[in-house]
Design a protein around this ligand. Sequence first.
Ligand SMILES: Nc1ncnc2c1ncn2[C@@H]1O[C@H](COP(=O)(O)OP(=O)(O)O)[C@@H](O)[C@H]1O
Ligand SMILES: [Mg+2]
Length: 313
Amino acid sequence: MMPESPRILVIGYNAFDITVPVDRFPVPDSKAEVPFVKLGGGGPGATAAVAMSRLGAKVQLVTPLTQDAGGLIQRDELMAAGVDLTGSVVFPEYACAKAVILVQPATGERTIFWSRGDLPLLDAASWESQWLDGVDLLYLDGHEPDLSMVAAREARARGVPVVLDAGSVRSGSEELVALCTDVISSSVFALQLAGSEDPLEALTELRKRGPKNVAMTFGAEGVLALAEEPFAIPAFEVEVCDTTGAGDVFHAGYAFSLACGGQFEYNLTFGAAVAALKCAHWGGRGGLPLLADVQEILRSGQTLPLSARFHLS
Ligand SMILES: Nc1ncnc2c1ncn2[C@@H]1O[C@H](COP(=O)(O)OP(=O)(O)O)[C@@H](O)[C@H]1O
Ligand SMILES: [Mg+2]
């Protein structure tokens, strides 16, 4: 794979995560003591930026920043991870976006309550062409549609691949999909967009809208992908404690591998390896691997059975 240290521009969301392990949901109006509460940076774009930086990419993240306690902690975390925040706009009067995440340790399943509050969207007028100079890949999480659209158009004109982490359908999603080369959907996005209950039908519809490579992730059940033909990629078997951020980090691994010149199927497998290593740790950014750790699990890791839902012969 080449280049060794790709340059990646990320436009997306950051949030302050409060993670609470809960064995089971208590009845309303009761109290439950928990073993710990974990605080730290989260949000799809920001977590992907940290993950790709750790893998060895040079990453610039354009995201809204705040100066409240949560916002300052996040900025420090991003800077400590080596993420370049040039172009990120500071909104001094606003509170940072936040998420309260309840994780069931037995399965690692997470339930998320999140709010962007009244934090403004980034303005398309703040786009600077030079951010794309020397960039190997543009990475979008769909949370900043206005700025992302301008960036994606220019990236395509320059022949730079554009990857969309498609979590849920929101304002601007349809236009953005059409501007991307690679769209990796959650288990819901493609279904919502296509108005279908069948994953392969939804992927076929998604691909008709423009992107060359599309896929949907289904947690431990693997990934259904479609380029010329459909195929599936299994998840790696790890001792799971928290699946928060699995999708963010999967997309990060996928994009890193693509920016290094990897092929579609390999990039998905690489993403699955990065995500599995994260799932063995607490927090959306726990256990983010170095390149060597990913290469090791790719070499020796065991995989889980694929979902029967994929119906592939
Ligand atoms: N329990 C798990 N064990 C191993 N890998 C997992 C597990 N959960 C998620 N992953 C990996 O992370 C990827 C994304 O996870 P998924 O749960 O689909 O995303 P999201 O974060 O959107 O819920 C999966 O395709 C898989 O490769
Ligand atoms: Mg999941």
